[in-house]
Design a protein around this ligand. Sequence first.
Ligand code: FAD
Ligand code: DHB
Length: 411
Amino acid sequence: DETQVAIIGAGPAGLILARLLQLQGVSSVVLERQSRAHVEARVRAGILEQPTVDLLREIGATWRLDREAEFHRGFYVRLDQRTNHLDFHALLGRNSCVYGQAELVKDLIADHLAADRRLLFEVSDVALAGFDVPQGLDGLQGSDDLPGQPSVTFTHDGRRQTLHCVVIAGCDGAHGVCRPAVREAAGRAGQPITVLERHYPAAWLGILARSTPPTPEGMYCVHPDGMSLHSMRGPRLSRQYLQVPANSVLDDWPDERIWAELTRRSLSTDHPPLETGQILERTLVPLRATVLERFQHGRLALAGDAAHTVPPTGAKGLNLAVADVVVLARAITALLAGTPEPYESYTATAWPRVWQAVAFSTAMTTMLHRLDDDPFEWELRRARMTALLTSTDEQRAHGELYLGLPFATDW
Ligand code: FAD
Ligand code: DHB
């Protein structure tokens, strides 16, 4: 079997890449390890940047989002028990969009299958081969079974199969097969790829609950004992996060303890206490950034969480995955048309925007969380928050990043 691009992973990166390629007349097959039901039920990110929404609209993926999503002007910050609203819309004329990642993935899968594009679920033992070839045109022409041509072997429906392709797109997240494969092949070729990373001594305990969110837009509550974040996925559906120590386990957090802590950290003098409700889902999300020094080797290119992860503070992960595949789709299309340079410079093109997001997530993380016991640090954080809450110049700079920088290329 053959296709032009084998895409590993049906998350936002893989599904949007497949759509962008299709619009350019490039064929692809998406291979996903989990079942359709599993990926459609996975509660994760939920804040879309304005460039992300614009792109989704251009590729025809907002038929449900346009009806169901909420558009927000900014967010709230609760500090010293007082609630402040940051109105980025007033300064920049743009909005952020609240639409759950699971909903977006559902829509993208429905579009994909309705258009008869190829997507296999419950694929196991994915193995990559033959991608360690020159990135340029060499080897582009020629027959399918030329040695050195990229291929993906996998098991589906109990049958072992091989898919030959020109490029493999690694969109399988931080714990997939593509990140280690790219590093291993690059290492073998004497061009090792190191991982630039920063870990924080904290994690987020996230819940989805049947309760009314305390504020009409998301709210970061800064408490001396740690942050809580109160976001939403609908009018009666709250998505809330609690800063917990990095080594926390969910078993230590029965419902009553989660609600008690969320309530305590979000107490204010200007709003009623938090509404509680049935907890529908809970996860731990580590606070860490990992960025591969290069996102590609030969004809294997990574995008999204496979290439880099950011701490969740500021909600950049999903948006960054979209920004990557815009650049990658264009690069692959050019490569297939005989122009290798955009593909060769994929990492360099994506790099600055990735680091803007890493810097933003890092700034948000260190400003909003209690990461040590140093009272000096607490006052520094309070000074940074006060600057953000009182200066429209600070708000404009912050809002520009929060609402989303333009993509590095057009699609
Ligand atoms: P993913 O969405 O991870 O998609 C990768 C896909 O590849 C998955 O469907 C996976 O099943 C598949 N896959 C993996 N291995 C293989 C394999 N070997 N073969 C085939 N397929 C494979 N961001 C926020 O802003 N807010 C949040 O609350 C938030 N919560 C998160 C919670 C968790 C548990 C995680 C992991 C991430 C969270 N994020 C959050 C980050 C955000 O969801 C990611 O940045 C985003 O999903 C990246 O999209 P992606 O397509 O690159 O990767
Ligand atoms: C979510 C919202 C945020 O404001 C954020 O920083 C991270 C995640 C969310 O709704 O999932």
